[in-house]
Design a protein around this ligand. Structure first.
Ligand code: HEC
Ligand code: HEC
Length: 334
């Protein structure tokens, strides 16, 4: 008798605990889904200074935003940077104008990671003159450049809620940097040239050993079950960035990979040697990807970066050498 009673009350307690857990789960789910998670919990976690960020720019804290409406706008902008494809990709809930990648795939931690191609200097340095277009570009133009090239898609309407939110987010996080100053650790970290050309065959070996486990040996990445965004983004193939994108230039690719990949690596703890970074970058840029014709780029060819893989050039070096190096002698010749 006694023991059955005990069992019953045990069952009751277990039942109550189970229900509590489910309710807590639902509350957390609603909280997360509504975006509040992102603005409160995550921003606090991200603003905790880790060793790799000491002495470098960190984004302005979301707690500094005045007003609910502004807070929601900036939080939406952040969501769009992190989950671009869910809103604007092939199965986007707002519109379909990009290739399935997210801005965050290349602008890590929503564009806040030290030397993870972050947005620290955007608010302080834009509008600015860019040699690629030969014009003064504002932030909207720069964002649409990435839509048309890095996301191999179409430009976003300048007056759309999405463009306004992304600009608001990028401007807010960089609003702690004085005008005309470069934020410490923004963009990509410098990497020495090799004395030889980067070698795609050697890079394939690095790729198989250190990248294929996530990006897949076919380089096409891994799509999530919902088909809305990638778990591991593609590095080449039809859904990758096109050949007019900044990351198609080998120096950008090598710098990005050296200080950020395999995922989890920081600028102060790289895992790849310089040779491995250059060679794997060469392999990635040697693979097929969408082509975009941009006849108006680099109106002044003397301003073309050394690693721009398409002629005409102001020097005598071949397209192949401009694509893979060696770059040292080219630099001297200039
Ligand atoms: C495939 C990688 C990739 C993706 C995806 C990508 N970008 Fe970029 N983006 C870059 C690279 C590389 C640069 C720097 C290029 C250069 O300076 O030549 C850049 C530069 C920028 C800049 C200027 C930064 C500065 O300091 O001058 C902004 C702003 C920007 N991207 C916004 C976006 C937005 C918004 C998205 C999503 C809609 C996006 N990018 C998606 C690779 C990417
Ligand atoms: C542990 C998994 C993992 C490994 C291993 C890994 N990556 Fe990544 N990589 C990612 C993820 C995830 C992203 C997107 C990050 C995000 O959205 O926050 C990414 C982004 C990238 C990007 C920019 C986005 C794109 O699709 O073009 C490049 C380039 C890249 N990785 C190259 C490499 C290379 C080269 C290696 C090997 C040296 C490598 N990765 C190893 C997970 C990985």
């Amino acid at each position: 008798m006694e023991s059955t009673k005990k069992n019953e009350s045990n069952v009751n307690i277990t039942g109550i605990i189970a229900i509590t857990v489910v309710i807590l789960g639902i509350v957390a789910g609603v909280f997360w889904y509504s975006g509040s998670w992102d603005t409160t919990v995550v921003s606090r976690v991200e603003s905790n200074k880790t060793e790799a960020s000491i002495g470098f720019w960190t984004p302005r804290d979301f707690m500094d935003i005045k007003g609910q409406e502004k807070r929601e706008q900036i939080a939406y902008g952040k969501q769009l940077i992190k989950h671009t494809s869910s809103y604007l990709g092939p199965k986007g809930s707002v519109k379909s104008l990009s290739n399935g990648m997210n801005c965050q795939n290349c602008h890590l931690d929503a564009g806040t990671k030290v030397y993870g191609n972050n947005y620290g200097s955007v608010k302080s340095l834009y509008p600015k003159m860019r040699a690629r277009s030969g014009t003064i570009e504002n932030i909207q133009k720069r964002i649409n450049d990435c839509f048309e090239r890095s996301l191999n898609g179409k430009a976003l309407d300048l007056n759309s809620k999405e463009m306004i939110a992304m600009v608001a987010y990028i401007e807010f996080i960089g609003s702690n940097v004085p005008k005309d100053q470069k934020a410490e650790g923004s963009g990509l970290k410098d990497l020495d040239f090799l004395s030889r050309a980067a070698n795609p065959q050697a890079g394939k070996v690095v790729y198989e050993a250190k990248c294929a486990s996530c990006h897949n040996s076919d380089g096409l990445g891994i799509m999530s079950g919902s088909g809305k965004e990638y778990i591991y983004p593609p590095l080449w193939g039809p859904h990758s960035f096109n050949d007019a994108a900044g990351l198609y230039r080998i120096t950008n690719m090598a710098k990005y990979v050296k200080y950020n990949m395999p995922l989890g690596v920081n600028h102060d703890s790289p895992q790849l040697s310089d040779e491995e970074a250059w060679d794997v970058a060469a392999y990635v840029v040697s693979m097929p990807r969408p082509h975009k014709s941009v006849p108006k780029d680099w109106p002044n060819i003397t301003k073309k970066p050394i690693d721009h893989p398409f002629g005409p050039y102001a020097d005598k070096f071949s397209e192949r050498q401009h694509k893979y190096g060696p770059f040292g002698q080219m630099k001297k010749a200039k």
